[in-house]
Design a protein around this ligand. Structure first.
Ligand SMILES: [Zn+2]
Length: 446
C-alpha cells in the first residue's frame, strides 16, 4: 500500500484498514512510508506532503503495534535514489540529479511526489540515502518487521560513472542497509528485487536500458517478483529465505486477477502473494497518466467518485468484492469459479441469493475497475474523462458499442434494485444510480 499517497487516512482509518486486512487473511502489509513521515534531518522530503496525516501526527509506530496485535507484520517501503520523498532532495541539491546519457539532468517526474532521481555515484547521494532510510527504520519505526526496497526503474542515472554500473551502485546501498537492519533484528524481512543478482536485462521490452548487476546473494533476503519488471528466476529463488509475487489485481483488476496472481505464486513455489491495494487520495499537481482533467483536483480512492473525502475506502461494496477475491483465491488458488460465486452469494446476499444478483455485482465491479488508470475509475464512471479518452485514443465503433451496452446494463441495475431491501442490493442500486446520473442527458455516440 503506497501509504504516502493516501494523505487523508489517519490512525482510526488505518486501524480499520488493518482490521480489513485481517478479515482477508493477510499476515503481512507493506506500507510505503518514504515521503510520508516528518523526517527531522531532511524536512524537504515531506514538504510536498504536509497534509498527510502521518506527517502531522506521526502515528505509524502505533499503527504497527496495532497490526502486531492482529498478527500482521509490517514492512516499510521506499525506493533508493528515487521516488516519493527521496526525489525531493534534489530540490535542495540539484547537483545530485541523475543524468541522461547526454549528460543533462533527468526530467522531473513522479506520481504525486514530483522530483528528480539522484545519481548514486555521488557520495552525497549515498550518504543522504543511508541517513534517510536509517532515520525511517531505526528512529521513527523501529518496531517495523523489515523493509521492502523497491529498485529504481524509471529515470535511472546514465552519467559516465553510473552508465554500466547503476545497479551495482544501488546494490551497495541495499547491501549496507540490509546489514544494519539484521544487526538490530536478526529475523527482520528485507525484500529486494532480483536484478542485482540475475545479471539479466531489467524490464524487458521497456525503455529501461540499465543492465542488471551480478552480485552475490545473501540467503537472508526475500525476493519479490512482478510481471512488469522482475521475471521469476528459479535458480535465485532456491537461495532466498522467502519470496513474494506482486501484481496490481486488487487495484485495477477483477477477483480473477487475484486468482491469476495466487496461481502464479503457487506454480513457482513462491511463499506469498502481496498485490497492490492503492486507494489514493492526494491532490494532483502535475498531469499524470495523461489525465489532464485531474490536475488540481483531489483523487477519490480507486476513482470511486461516490466516496466522501476521508472515508475509509476498503469497505466500499466494490472494494469488498476485490477483497473477497484476494481472500478466497490467496487461500485456495485452485478454487473453482462456481465455488467462488457461491461464496460471494453467501457473503453478500445471504442464503437467499439469486444467481442474477451475484452476476450483477460482479458486472458492476468489472465495469468500474476494468480499464481504470491508477487515478480514475473506468471512463464509464466519468463522462468527461470518457470523451477525452475516446477522442485522444480514437476509440473505434466496436469499443464504443461495448461501453454503450455496459451503460445500458448499469441503467437496468438502477431500475431493477429500486426499493430493494437487502444491504448489498441497496449499495448496488446507489452505485448504478450515481453513474447513471452522471450520464443524464448524455449518450455514447456509436
Ligand atoms: Zn550517476
Amino acid at each position: 500500500m503506497t501509504f504516502m499517497r493516501m494523505p487523508l487516512m489517519g490512525l482510526p482509518e488505518w486501524k480499520e484498514a488493518v482490521d480489513c486486512l485481517q478479515e482477508d487473511g493477510s499476515n503481512v502489509v507493506i506500507l510505503w512510508t518514504g515521503g510520508a513521515f516528518a523526517s527531522k534531518r531532511f524536512p524537504i522530503t515531506w514538504d510536498y506532503n504536509r497534509e498527510h496525516k502521518n506527517v502531522k501526527h506521526d502515528f505509524v509506530r502505533e499503527l504497527i503495534n496495532y497490526a502486531h496485535e492482529k498478527k500482521i507484520r509490517v514492512l516499510l517501503g521506499f525506493t533508493p535514489f528515487g521516488y516519493d520523498g527521496v526525489n525531493q532532495y534534489a530540490i535542495e541539491h540539484p547537483e545530485l540529479k541523475a543524468r541522461k546519457a547526454d549528460g543533462k539532468p533527468v526530467d522531473s517526474f513522479g506520481i504525486h511526489c514530483w522530483g528528480w532521481s539522484l545519481c548514486p555515484s555521488q557520495k552525497a547521494s549515498r550518504d543522504f540515502m543511508l541517513e534517510y532510510a536509517r532515520e525511517m527504520a531505526f528512529e521513527f519505526y523501529p518496531n517495523a518487521d523489515g523493509l521492502l526496497i523497491e529498485s529504481s526503474d524509471y529515470n535511472v542515472c546514465r552519467c559516465a560513472e553510473c552508465k554500466e554500473h547503476f545497479y551495482e551502485r544501488e546494490f551497495e546501498f541495499v547491501r549496507q542497509i540490509s546489514n544494519e537492519v539484521w544487526e538490530r533484528k536478526a529475523d527482520a524481512t528485507v525484500v529486494v528485487f532480483p536484478h542485482y543478482f540475475s545479471g539479466k536485462k531489467v524490464n524487458q521490452g521497456s525503455d529501461i536500458e540499465a543492465k542488471a548487476a551480478s552480485q552475490p546473494f545473501d540467503p537472508r533476503w526475500t525476493l519479490v517478483f512482478t510481471p512488469h519488471s522482475a521475471q521469476i528466476d528459479g535458480d535465485l529463488l532456491k537461495q532466498a529465505r522467502s519470496s513474494i509475487y506482486w501484481n496490481e489485481g486488487p487495484s485495477r483488476g477483477t477477483p480473477w486477477s487475484m486468482k491469476d496472481g495466487a496461481k502464479t505464486a503457487k506454480r513457482y513455489g513462491l511463499a506469498g502473494y502481496v498485490p497492490s491495494l492503492e486507494p489514493w487520495s492526494y491532490v494532483v499537481t502535475h498531469e499524470e497518466f495523461g489525465e489532464s482533467q485531474l490536475t488540481g483536483k483531489r483523487l477519490k480512492p480507486f476513482g470511486l467518485n461516490w466516496l466522501r473525502d476521508g472515508e475509509m475506502p476498503l469497505r466500499d461494496l466494490l472494494v469488498r468484492v476485490q477483497r473477497a477475491g484476494y481472500r478466497e483465491f490467496a487461500r485456495n488458488p485452485d478454487l473453482k469459479d462456481e465455488e467462488f460465486r457461491r461464496k460471494l452469494a453467501v457473503e453478500f446476499f445471504g442464503s437467499e441469493a439469486k444467481v442474477g444478483s451475484v452476476e450483477d455485482l460482479l458486472f458492476l465491479q468489472r465495469t468500474v475497475f476494468e480499464g481504470r488508470s491508477w487515478l480514475s475509475a473506468s471512463p464509464l464512471v466519468e463522462p468527461g474523462l470518457f470523451q477525452l479518452k475516446a477522442a485522444r485514443e480514437k476509440w473505434d465503433a466496436q469499443r464504443l458499442r461495448g461501453y454503450k451496452k455496459r451503460l445500458e446494463a448499469i441503467r437496468e441495475i438502477e431500475t431493477k434494485y429500486q426499493g430493494a431491501s437487502g444491504k448489498t442490493e441497496k449499495e448496488m442500486q446507489a452505485i448504478a444510480a450515481f453513474i447513471s446520473a452522471r450520464w443524464k442527458g448524455k449518450e455514447i455516440a456509436r
